[in-house]
Write a protein that binds this ligand. Structure first.
Ligand SMILES: NC(=O)c1ccc[n+]([C@@H]2O[C@H](COP(=O)([O-])OP(=O)(O)OC[C@H]3O[C@@H](n4cnc5c(N)ncnc54)[C@H](OP(=O)(O)O)[C@@H]3O)[C@@H](O)[C@H]2O)c1
Length: 297
């Protein structure tokens, strides 16, 4: 495993989990492009992590000319392949950061998995264990283990929740639970760590076409792409801004879904009616089914 060569050069050290794909890859690229950050990239697939690392180098090449305050040294990337759904994986990552970086300015807890079958499916409990371990236990454990480094740097934590962390989406009961819990965890941690000047943000993406969640139906219509869905670049920018304490502590993207908490307070019946209708019409299953399936008579 390589060492992160961190000179005291003004660059932040940023850890992105789930950096081999989708939102995590785009976020790593954004931190390289905007902040020329030293990066710690983690996921299970080593080859894909290397691809992200190369993409961050290309992004830097395009933007480093004329950047002030970074001197002549180059920013570095450390790739740590591990399974964050296991305690061993968390230990491996934390040990690598302590030994090879020794500093941390931004922790982006992005790695996550979903599941879209109905709650009475036979695989529900096996998937629940996986989702709880990766979507909830891993970010909590990383915040806990890395807090001393983040306090020392007066750094930022950015947790990636979901619109499913603001509204209980039918046929995603367990996924939704993990994201609601992450949203609540972030709010509590934000309050407790404010006195140490550690900033905690929680980003709530709506549908974002990625390898894990293709959202093919939304992605193919202009209205879907513009109004109902977002894209990885927008979420990556939101994460980078959130780490700089901009854009509010709990941004929702696209903003179409931002009124949900207000609606829940003012007109809870409207949320209930919307969700019951979505469940009745099997809306989620249709949104997630492959496109060919729709064309089959
Ligand atoms: N896309 C959406 O519509 C959407 C909407 C709201 C919220 N989100 C949230 O955004 C985050 C990223 O999702 P995405 O859409 O970018 O999905 P993605 O393309 O499937 O990426 C998921 C990332 O998590 C990593 N990962 C999965 N299992 C892991 C494990 N056991 N240990 C370590 N890393 C693991 C994957 O890498 P490896 O497979 O290499 O391990 C991959 O890098 C998730 O938390 C998701 O809940 C997504």
């Amino acid at each position: 495993m390589e060492t992160l060569d961190i000179a005291d050069d003004g660059r932040p050290v940023v850890l992105v989990t789930g950096a081999s794909s989708g939102i995590g890859r785009a976020t790593a690229i954004e931190f390289a492009r905007r902040r020329d950050a030293h990066l710690v990239l983690t996921a299970r697939r080593e080859h894909e992590l290397r691809e992200t690392s190369e993409a961050t180098e290309r992004a830097r090449d395009r933007t480093t000319t004329g950047r002030a305050g970074t001197g002549d040294s180059a920013a570095t990337v450390l790739c740590v392949a591990c399974d964050l759904a296991t305690a061993d994986g968390i230990d491996t990552l934390v040990a690598a950061i302590r030994a090879k970086a020794g500093r941390l300015d931004v922790l982006v807890n992005n790695a996550g998995v979903g599941g879209d079958q109905s709650f009475d499916a036979p695989t529900t409990m096996r998937d629940a264990d996986r989702m709880l371990a990766l979507n909830l236990r891993a970010p909590i454990a990383l915040c806990h283990e890395l807090l001393p480094l983040l306090r020392a740097s007066r750094g930022s934590i950015v947790n990636i929740s979901s619109v499913a962390g603001l509204i209980g989406t039918p046929d995603s009961e367990v996924y939704s639970s993990t994201k609601w819990a992450l949203t609540g965890f972030s709010e509590a941690l934000r309050a407790s760590q404010s006195r140490f000047d550690v900033h905690v943000a929680c980003v709530h993406p709506g549908p974002v076409p990625t390898p894990g969640w293709p959202h093919a139906r939304l992605a193919r219509s202009r209205f879907g792409r513009r109004v109902l869905a977002s894209n990885v670049e927008v979420i990556a920018r939101t994460c980078e801004r959130a780490a700089r304490r901009r854009g509010g502590p709990a941004p929702v993207r696209p903003r179409t879904y931002a009124p949900i908490p207000l609606l829940r307070g003012l007109a809870p019946w409207s949320i209930r009616a919307l969700l019951e209708r979505a469940a009745r019409t099997g809306m989620r299953a249709r949104l997630h089914a492959p496109l060919e399936q729709e064309q089959t008579p």
